[in-house]
Design a binder for this molecule. Structure first.
Ligand code: PFF
Length: 471
C-alpha cells in the first residue's frame, strides 16, 4: 500500500485484526492502572458489579453505535457526522479535540511506565518501604528532564506505528502486542494469586458488599466505562471506518467490551491479591501502580522479573491505546485536508508532544499553575477531556443516531378475520438499522433493546454522570 497517497485510506486485513486493534484501543492504562485502584477505593466487588451492569447497558450500546457510524460513512469522526448531517460536524470536532488532549497527558504517563521498566530492570525496587518508593516516584515525576525524555520516547513509539497505516501499522502491531499482553498478565496473575494470603484479596475483589454501593460508586463506574472502552470521542467511528461492508457489527461490538473487561478483571486479580498478601492498603489510589506495586514486587520471589514483566505489559497496553488516539486526529487530517499519512502523523505527533510538555512540567516545576477547580495542568486536561468531552460526545452520539439519523418503530394496524383491530410495532429499516444488520442479512434479535437503549436509557444515564462530572 502506498501510504503516501492521501486517497488510500486503508482497511483492516481481517475481522480478527479489527477486533485486536479495537480491543487494543480499549485495553490500556484505564484497565491496568485506574480499574484496580477504583475497585480498591470503592468497595472491591461492589464496584466491579456496578461496572458490569453499566457495561451491559451503556458500553455495548455505544460501541455498536460508533462502529455503525464509522462503517456507514467510511470517514473520520468529523467527516462521518458531516456526511450524515452537515450541521452535526462540530460534534466530531469535539472528539478530535478530546483525542488530542487525552493523548497529550496519556503519553506523559506512558513515559512514566517506560521509566519504570528501566527502574525495575536495574533493581531499583529492592525495598518494600512504600515511603521510599513514594519519594522515588515523586522525585522522578517532579524533575523536568527525565519525564520529558520518556514522554518523547513514548510519542516516538506511537508515531512509528501509526505512520505505517492501518494494516502495516496499527493492525500488525496490535496482533502482536495484544496476545503478548494477555499471556503476560495471566503469568503475573498466577504469581499473585498463588502467594500466601492472596485469597483475602481475591475475596475483596470478587465479593460484592452491597452496602458500599453509593451514588459516587455508580458515577465513577460509569465514567470508567467510557474511558476504558474508548467511547465518546469518535475513536470507534474512526476504527469502524476501516471495516469492510460485510463485517458483523453486533458480533464485533460484543467481543471488544468482553476482552476489555476480561483484562480489567485479570488486572484486578494480578494486583489486589498481591497487595493483600503483603498487607498493603488496597485503597492507595493512583499511586497503586507506581508505589504500592513496586513494594509488592520487592517482597515477591522473582520480584524483579515480575516487575519488568508487569511494566512491559502496561507499556504494550498503553501503546495500543495511544495509537488509536493519534489515529483519530491523523485520519481527520488525511481525509479532510488531503495530507499524506506521513506528513499528518509527523506534524500532529509533534504538536501533541508539545502539548504534553506543560502536562509533564505540571508535576514539578509548574506545579503552582492551577487551571480548573484547583487542579494542576495535567489533571485539568484530563478533567476537561474525560469528564466533559467524552460524556458529552456520548450523549450527542445517542441523540444523533436515535433521533437525527433515525431509529424508528412503526405502528402496523391490521384486522383479524373477525374484524378486531390489532396494533403491532416493528422497527423500521432506516439506514442506521440497515447498516447494523448488513441490510437485514444478520439476524440481530436484540435490535429493539438496542434502539431503546440508544434513544432513552443511555443518554439519560450518561447525562447524570455528565452533570455530576462538571459540578
Ligand atoms: N481506553 C483507553 C484506556 O483504557 O486506557 C484510553 C482511551 C483510548 C480513551 C482511546 C479514549 C480513546 F479514544
Amino acid at each position: 500500500m502506498d501510504i503516501g497517497s492521501p486517497q488510500e485510506r486503508g482497511q483492516w486485513g481481517s475481522k480478527l485484526g479489527f477486533i485486536m486493534a479495537a480491543a487494543g484501543s480499549a485495553v490500556g492504562l484505564g484497565n491496568l492502572w485506574k480499574f484496580p485502584f477504583l475497585a480498591g477505593q470503592n468497595g472491591g466487588g461492589a464496584f466491579v458489579l456496578v461496572y458490569f451492569l453499566i457495561l451491559f447497558v451503556v458500553g455495548f450500546t455505544l460501541m455498536m453505535a460508533e462502529i455503525t457510524v464509522g462503517r456507514y460513512t467510511q470517514l473520520n469522526a468529523i467527516g462521518a457526522y458531516r456526511k450524515i448531517k452537515a450541521s452535526w460536524a462540530w460534534v466530531g470536532s469535539l472528539g478530535v479535540i478530546a483525542g488530542f488532549l487525552i493523548l497529550s497527558f496519556y503519553s506523559v504517563i506512558g513515559g512514566w511506565i517506560i521509566a519504570y521498566i528501566v527502574k525495575a530492570a536495574s533493581g531499583a525496587f529492592n525495598t518494600a518501604d512504600t515511603k521510599m518508593l513514594g519519594d522515588m516516584f515523586t522525585t522522578f515525576i517532579q524533575s523536568a528532564g527525565a519525564p520529558l525524555f520518556y514522554h518523547g520516547i513514548f510519542m516516538l513509539l506511537t508515531l512509528g506505528i501509526v505512520i505505517g497505516g492501518i494494516q502495516n501499522g496499527i493492525e500488525k502491531y496490535s496482533k502482536i502486542l495484544m496476545p503478548a499482553l494477555l499471556i503476560m498478565i495471566v503469568l503475573v496473575m498466577i504469581r499473585s494469586i498463588t502467594l500466601d494470603g492472596a485469597m483475602e484479596g481475591v475475596k475483596f475483589f470478587l465479593n460484592p458488599d452491597f452496602s458500599k454501593i453509593t451514588g459516587g460508586v455508580i458515577l465513577s463506574a460509569l465514567g470508567q466505562v467510557f474511558f476504558s472502552l474508548s467511547l465518546g470521542m469518535g475513536c470507534m467511528i474512526t476504527y469502524g471506518s476501516y471495516l469492510s461492508k460485510d463485517t458483523n457489527i453486533p458480533e464485533c461490538a460484543f467481543y471488544i467490551p468482553l476482552i476489555d473487561t476480561g483484562v480489567a478483571l485479570l488486572a484486578g486479580l494480578a494486583i489486589l491479591p498481591a497487595v493483600f498478601a503483603f498487607n498493603f492498603p488496597p485503597d492507595a489510589g493512583p499511586g497503586l501502580l507506581f508505589i504500592t506495586l513496586p513494594a509488592v514486587f520487592s517482597k515477591m520471589p522473582m520480584g524483579s522479573l515480575m516487575g519488568v514483566l508487569f511494566f512491559t505489559l502496561a507499556l504494550f497496553a498503553a501503546i495500543t491505546s495511544s495509537i488509536s488516539l493519534l489515529e483519530v486526529c491523523v485520519s481527520y487530517v488525511v481525509d479532510e485536508w488531503n495530507w499524506t499519512r506521513k506528513k499528518a502523523t509527523l506534524i500532529i505527533a509533534g504538536l501533541i508532544f508539545a502539548a504534553g510538555v506543560p502536562c509533564s512540567l505540571s508535576q514539578g516545576p509548574w506545579s503552582h499553575i492551577k487551571l480548573i477547580k484547583g487542579k494542576g495542568i495535567l489533571d485539568s486536561v484530563d478533567f476537561v477531556a474525560s469528564n466533559i468531552l467524552l460524556p458529552l460526545g456520548g450523549i450527542l452520539l445517542c441523540v444523533f443516531i436515535g433521533w437525527v439519523w433515525g431509529l424508528r418503530r412503526i405502528q402496523r394496524i391490521s384486522k383479524t378475520d373477525e374484524g378486531k383491530t390489532i396494533i403491532t410495532w416493528e422497527l423500521e429499516y432506516t439506514d442506521a438499522l440497515k447498516e447494523v444488520t448488513n441490510d437485514g442479512k444478520i439476524n440481530f434479535a436484540l435490535a429493539p433493546i438496542w434502539v431503546f437503549l440508544i434513544k432513552w436509557l443511555a443518554p439519560v444515564a450518561i447525562g447524570i454522570v455528565f452533570i455530576q462530572g462538571i459540578f
